[in-house]
Design a protein around this ligand. Structure first.
Ligand code: ADP
Ligand code: MG
Length: 705
């Protein structure tokens, strides 16, 4: 083969008619395979872009519809608008209170003038000068005969290619020195030079899930032709995000985790149901059907049973225990504290005792003799259900035949500890009372199947929730005193003011307890809990509260989740604005567990509208899942309890709340793919595997089992 003259020439003079193959995507910008301008490698590195793929994946944070920009005359007061104009004059001033105000008078293309106003951005004085063309987005305010625009964002229009208006425009994450127009131009050049981006999904799959091809998705995500093109592009990119996340999670599990195959005998189920003092709710029945399905299958069960406090998870778990025991196996339930272990025992016994299930409690507080005897019964198979804390998985504890392990997820067992319990590969049911939105649960617990009990048993009385300002504290505690006088009990919770200072937690608790000792009538018995106390001391205080030796429990920690004191009817939360909504919901769930009317009082430490609006969600909503969704929208997934260390996929454009359907589809497809070819080695999976490897390096997965 002869050499082609000029074949070695740099890409800078390559004709645009010859597309560069997508293989170039992983090359560094500095290699110049596609010419983006001399400065590009250095400038784009400022936002972490080093390769062409980095650039391609640098997606807009949001989009603005600039297809029709209003003339200066047609701006309506109060509306959001984007205008283009030339700076005629500009001035920066500082108000007496130190606020920096920057004003620029713009001449719009239709000749009209308006003033754009920025607050506290003094650097604009060095950036915005007469003669410059600006694109400004913000809220329109008519001031007399003048029009002002309170700038929410602006761009310097150095855009000869007009990528920045007359279309739907992506607004990119960037830094000060790197303009939107520059990013858009770089992307335009990349996409123009780049040949078709190959797809890792076959056409039949695209059709089945109604997805646009990858090539189209990437191009339209950067430069959408229309809203529907944009939506289709975003949908495709999200689908891929979730697909690769699910594949990574599923592949990290043992491919051949065979567990036990239980026989779910209808007679046993009927026997259990027949003794229940109620009929299961529809949600409980669905949950049980799923659990029984898993138990009957040869594969090891790994299921998360999620349901709000009081939704009836215990009854469902008890049924699973009974089926396991009828198969001759043993069951274990692990709880975070002794109190909760005791409480689980007390809750489960009524379901199981009369059916002949032999239960045993394993806690730290046993004497040596008790412990030895209990261990012997467990090893001999004379115990059917062992309930306990850490003590359950200590050395020397051996089951004869553990078939079902139930883990109270409020307890974060260490990986080693879980391994110890799971050696015999029992079926595993994780229970959680934390209502996290389904979409988030599917991602955080990617390695667990999810069952949600989304319905409360009939006749539950909602907790009356009030929002008051700190000024009304005395009235609040007068009410607490009344409740105590009529025989009820109350919780008072205060947030940590300074989490970093260990001592402050003690101070906050003692400070509040001292305060309450002054406010509340003499004779009201106060107890105190804080996170610096030893577990045994905490358990002791909780136990005394449970036995009604204390009337009011003051706490800086979230009161042991799941503790059940039906006589407690009031939950006062000080500085409620400092808690997340989901946390507030958990706290509120501590009351309303008995026959008495129950109350939750949120004391707001500030009067800001934002605080009022946020806390009002608590007043208006009783459903934990709805509240969790508000929480997710307001704070983002990173702040939700238990998700911090989760290594969520990099959801570049995902909005978890709205993505449930996509997540479920992607999860379903991932499952099918792995069932068809566990190693993903088949020809159809080639590109998929490459992409998976590329993306997996960025994903860490929380290990639940
Ligand atoms: P969870 O474990 O989800 O907090 P529990 O299983 O402890 O909830 O149930 C809470 C209360 O509701 C218990 O007193 C239980 O007896 C009762 N309960 C559970 N399921 C039902 C039902 N289907 N109908 C009526 N009451 C129920
Ligand atoms: Mg319970």
């Amino acid at each position: 083969m002869g050499t082609v003259p000029g074949a070695h020439r740099s890409a800078a003079i390559r004709s645009p008619a010859t597309p560069v193959e997508a293989g170039v995507l992983d090359a560094p910008l500095s290699g110049g395979a596609i010419d983006l301008g001399k400065q590009a490698p250095k400038k784009l590195a400022e936002v972490g872009i080093k390769t062409y793929r980095d650039l391609l994946h640098h997606l807009p944070r949001r989009y603005e519809d600039r297809r029709v920009l209003p003339g200066s005359g047609s701006l309506t007061d109060g509306a959001n608008a984007t205008v283009v104009g030339e700076v005629v004059s500009r001035v920066g001033t500082r108000s007496r209170r130190g606020l920096h105000v920057f004003r620029a008078v713009l001449r719009a293309d239709d000749g009209g003038r308006l003033t754009a106003v920025w607050f506290n951005q003094p650097w604009l004085e060095k950036q915005v000068f007469p003669g410059l063309r600006l694109i400004v987005t913000g809220k329109v305010k008519a001031v007399g005969r003048n029009v002002e625009l309170a700038a929410a964002g602006h761009e310097i229009d150095d855009d000869s290619e007009s990528l920045s208006f007359g279309r739907i425009v992506g607004v990119y994450p960037t830094t000060q020195g790197l303009s939107q127009a520059y990013l858009r131009r770089s992307l335009r050049r990349l996409l123009d030079a780049l040949g078709a981006i190959p797809d890792h999904l076959q056409r039949s799959l695209l059709e089945r899930y109604d997805l646009v091809p990858a090539d189209r998705a990437w191009r339209q995500a950067h430069f959408p032709d229309s809203e529907s093109d944009l939506n289709a592009a975003v949908r495709r990119l999200k689908f891929d995000d979730f697909l690769f996340f699910e594949l990574a999670v599923m592949r990290s599990r043992d491919p051949l985790r065979l567990g036990r195959s239980f026989t779910v005998a209808p007679a046993d189920v009927e026997e259990f149901m027949g003794r229940l003092p109620f009929t299961l709710t529809g949600a409980q029945q669905r949950a049980l059907a799923e659990i029984f399905g898993d138990m009957a299958a040869p594969r090891q069960m790994a299921r998360l049973l999620q349901g709000d406090v009081g939704s009836g998870k215990t009854a469902v778990a008890a049924a699973a225990v009974y089926v396991a025991v009828r198969n001759g196996a043993q069951a274990a339930l692990m709880a975070p504290t002794e109190i909760l272990a005791r409480q689980h025992l007390a809750n489960l016994r009524p379901y199981l005792f009369e059916l002949g299930v032999r239960t045993e409690l394993f806690i730290g507080a046993m004497t040596n003799a008790e412990r030895t005897a209990a261990r012997a019964r467990l090893a001999a198979g004379e115990t059917d259900l062992a309930i306990g804390t850490q003590a359950l998985i200590q050395e020397g504890v051996a089951f004869r035949d553990l078939g079902l392990a139930i883990v109270d997820e409020e307890h974060r067992f260490g990986v080693q500890q879980r391994r110890a319990l799971l050696q015999g590969l029992p079926d595993v049911l994780v229970m959680s009372a934390t209502p996290i939105p389904r979409s988030l649960a599917l991602t955080v617990y990617g390695d667990l199947e999810l069952t949600v009990i989304d319905e409360l048993p009939p006749g539950r009385k909602p907790v009356k929730t009030r929002l008051v300002n700190a000024g009304k504290r005395l009235e609040v505690y007068r009410f607490v005193a009344e409740q105590v006088a009529s025989g009820r009990q109350a919780y008072v919770v205060t947030p940590l003011i300074e989490e970093s200072e260990a001592l402050d937690e003690v101070l906050a608790a003692t400070g509040l307890a001292d305060d309450l000792a002054q406010i509340l009538p003499a004779g009201v018995r106060l107890g105190m809990l804080h996170g610096r106390m030893a577990t045994a001391d905490k358990d002791d205080v909780m136990e005394r509260f449970r036995r009604r030796e204390l009337d009011v429990l003051v706490s800086t920690t979230v009161i042991e989740v799941g503790v059940d004191v039906p006589n407690a009817t009031v939950m006062v939360i000080e500085n409620a604005e400092r808690f997340g909504l989901s946390q507030l919901h958990q706290l509120r769930g501590r009351v309303g567990r008995g026959a008495h009317e129950s109350y939750c009082v949120l004391v707001a430490g500030d009067r800001s509208r934002k605080t009022q609006q946020r806390l009002d969600i608590m007043v208006k909503n009783a459903d934990g899942f709805a509240i969790a969704e508000f929480d997710l929208r307001l704070r983002g997934p990173g702040d939700l309890r238990g998700t911090r260390q989760s290594g969520l996929p990099e959801l570049t454009i995902g909005d978890l709340v709205e993505d449930v359907t996509i997540i479920e589809e992607a999860r379903g497809l991932a499952k099918q793919m792995l069932e068809a070819d566990p190693e993903l080695a088949a020809p159809w999976a080639q590109r998929l595997t490459v992409e998976l490897r590329r993306r997996s390096s960025a994903v860490m997965i929380r290990e639940v089992i």
